[in-house]
Design a protein around this ligand. Sequence first.
Ligand code: GDP
Ligand code: ZN
Length: 322
Amino acid sequence: MTDGPIAAAADGVIARVDFNACAILLDDGGLLAATVRGRLMGRRKALGNTVVVGDRVGWESSGETIAIVAVEPRRNTFARRASGRLPAEQVVAANLDQVLVVASVADPEFSAGFTDRVLCQAEHAGLPARLLLNKIDLMSSVHAEARALQEAYAAAGYPVHAVSARAGTGIDELRRVCRGRRSLFIGHSGVGKSTLLNALVPGLDLLVGRVNEKTGKGRHTTTAAILVRPEPGFELIDTPGMRAFGLWGIESRTLEQAWIEFRPFLGACRFADCAHAAEPGCAVRAAVDAGQIAARRFASFHKLREELEQESTTSAPRRAGR
Ligand code: GDP
Ligand code: ZN
């Protein structure tokens, strides 16, 4: 047997991956720059999803070089559709405890499309998710829109944290739910994720800088996911601010499974293949009418479902042609 995991000299967690180099975070907080043993790479030239942030890896050193020789089986992965014309999976990180979607109530305006896509992808990965609504200092406490957002997501079953990274509101509570866990932070660019993470972890820039040095990247470039551990057991993974989030492994047909508050009603519609649109006897729509499902989440579901349907019809001819 040469293909099973092999006993390695030591182990650690992947903190960052670049084209062909990684940073390994050791249990004692030390960092190592490493390459990946050819056998793990197969015929690929780039690392791709072979080794991702959060992977527990075994490594061996021979003289100057450190090589990753084994990757432990992942207990979960959070993926997205890679940017690029052809459909491809990009595993963002592995072995997570929770996903935190960072959004803002204003400036930029709350994006239900982005938020709900990330929440769906977390559900697809089997991961609990939280919604962080940042910039609440821009709203008065009675602002109807901010309150409606909080209510809609809380009713769906998501913990909602209304915070202000700038004023420091809600940051202690956020730190409490992140301690002892490995959390993935994802946000649309401009929502204040960097400001928030710096409030959450004073000195974060230094930690990020150390990890970046290991793979030779400039200190202030955030082009890839990066894992830092401010204290034992408290790990956070920052991702670059994104303009869009493409779903992976979720189709228009299966989207309803990822809308967590639909769950109790699925299977109760009159038609087994109910699209929860205009069909008579739709249990999901009845739940919306009865106020058990937030109308804005229902509307967002249909918008996303349509988008997924369009994506599948436009990519079908390409698939057939190959
Ligand atoms: P990122 O792209 O998500 O990392 O966003 P940044 O952290 O760079 O913040 C984008 C802008 O939002 C900056 O001008 C921040 O000063 C501002 N910002 C961040 N957090 C808050 C907040 O809680 N309230 C307000 N009013 N502005 C904030
Ligand atoms: Zn239905």
